[in-house]
Design a protein around this ligand. Structure first.
Ligand SMILES: Cc1cc2nc3c(=O)[nH]c(=O)nc-3n(C[C@H](O)[C@H](O)[C@H](O)COP(=O)(O)O)c2cc1C
Length: 165
């Protein structure tokens, strides 16, 4: 049997939640990472992915100017990254430098991969759609990279609690 609840309460019932890190280049050549849970694959051929980004985010500002980005799926040892990249803004801080996060150059776009992540997708922006207070950006995946040790992924277990499943 079901009973009515409010939207805020319904969201707490959706944990564990997936999490990714979006990395976008700014006009000075600095790469900014942002934690993002609202990500989904949307097509097999062509290979497409969508992410939902709030209008207030620095990442939104950057995505509106760039046509390339990386979506990285953090491994279990990257909880500190997800926490910092999801609570500080690239307007105020070089987040990658702050934690000394290991990166490597993307192969098909001007982008950065996170070296200790489970998986990285290089994406080319294809379209966008306003949805309430966020914008959905859809991108084509032009290259996929996985960690050589096939590290397990990190999830959001409950608000502000990160770990493996
Ligand atoms: C686990 C987690 C998931 C998040 N998911 C999203 C998301 O899907 N979309 C979004 O716009 N913000 C999301 N956020 C919030 C942003 O990551 C946060 O506001 C960040 O500081 C924005 O950084 P920026 O200003 O450098 O872009 C999430 C934060 C956390 C901790």
């Amino acid at each position: 049997m079901q009973k009515l609840t409010d939207y805020r309460d319904s969201r707490t019932l959706q944990y564990p939640e997936t999490v990714s890190i979006i990395i976008v280049r700014d006009e000075n050549g600095r790469y900014n990472p942002m934690s993002a849970s609202w990500v989904m694959l949307t097509s097999i051929e062509p290979r497409m992915i969508a992410i939902s980004i709030g209008f207030q985010r620095y990442t939104y500002e950057l995505m509106s100017k760039q046509n390339e980005f990386v979506i990285s799926f953090p491994s279990e040892k990257m909880a500190a990254e997800v926490e910092l990249f999801g609570s500080e803004s690239g307007r105020d801080m070089d987040k990658l430098a702050e934690l000394g996060t290991r990166t490597q150059q993307a192969t098909m776009i001007d982008g950065l991969l996170l070296s200790e992540a489970t998986l990285n997708y290089e994406c080319v922006l294809k379209d966008s759609l306003v949805t309430g207070d966020h914008m959905i950006f859809s991108g084509e995946i032009v290259a996929c990279h996985k960690h050589v040790d096939e590290l397990p992924r990190l999830y959001v277990l409950s608000p502000k609690k990160f770990g493996g499943l």
